[in-house]
Design a binder for this molecule. Sequence first.
Ligand SMILES: Nc1ncnc2c1ncn2[C@@H]1O[C@H](COP(=O)(O)OP(=O)(O)O)[C@@H](O)[C@H]1O
Ligand SMILES: [Mg+2]
Length: 212
Amino acid sequence: MRIASFVGQKGGVGKSTLARVLAVAAARQEYKVLIGDFDLEQLSCVEWSASRLRNNIEPEIEARAFKSLKKLLKTVVDYDLIVVDTRGLADELTQDISQESDVVFLPTSTSMDDLRPTLALARRLAKTKTVSNKIVIVLSKTGRSDRLLEQAEATIAEAGFDMLNAVWPERDGFQADLDVGKAGSEATNPYLKQAAVEVESAMLTLALGRKG
Ligand SMILES: Nc1ncnc2c1ncn2[C@@H]1O[C@H](COP(=O)(O)OP(=O)(O)O)[C@@H](O)[C@H]1O
Ligand SMILES: [Mg+2]
């Protein structure tokens, strides 16, 4: 069983969204996937999973609320992949989850306001040897400026962290899809679909530990 987690210092950067995008990618390839939703205030993934059921969107994606990682590890068996969504704060749970994960995604926008705390968290997590090689920064909700994108990429590279080799662009259509229980490549718009496929496959490769 593999564990891929989404952590961060801030809210609104796309953790819950990318968790759902990854879960869709895995489920569509017939992996048995569960989203562990640790954001008990928002329960974005649990609510989304319910909208998905209500709207008859296949494949069904299970999402369950958890308060502790221990509980998750004890109760959850027989899955290929657990996608862990967390709150927008970096606490002890973030540390524990990161240690148990096979890959730790840190989504951030290109703004320094988001990059700074994201890289600070990445540095803190990287102090633990077993976590440092699992950290992957994801440029999320990116705008249309190539210059801002390149600057952000340079900042991340300079800090010495790995970056997902696809970005998650900000588009109204993605938000509309989430609201009806879809995510990522389930977009009907072909441009959005293509952008989502790239992010999905980049994340899935890392989540499943496949080469290339
Ligand atoms: N690529 C995108 N384009 C447009 N809106 C997005 C995109 N990704 C996420 N959102 C929206 O941004 C908001 C915050 O995303 P969310 O995944 O909930 O962030 P977090 O879990 O980090 O707080 C949500 O309203 C979501 O619908
Ligand atoms: Mg969230």
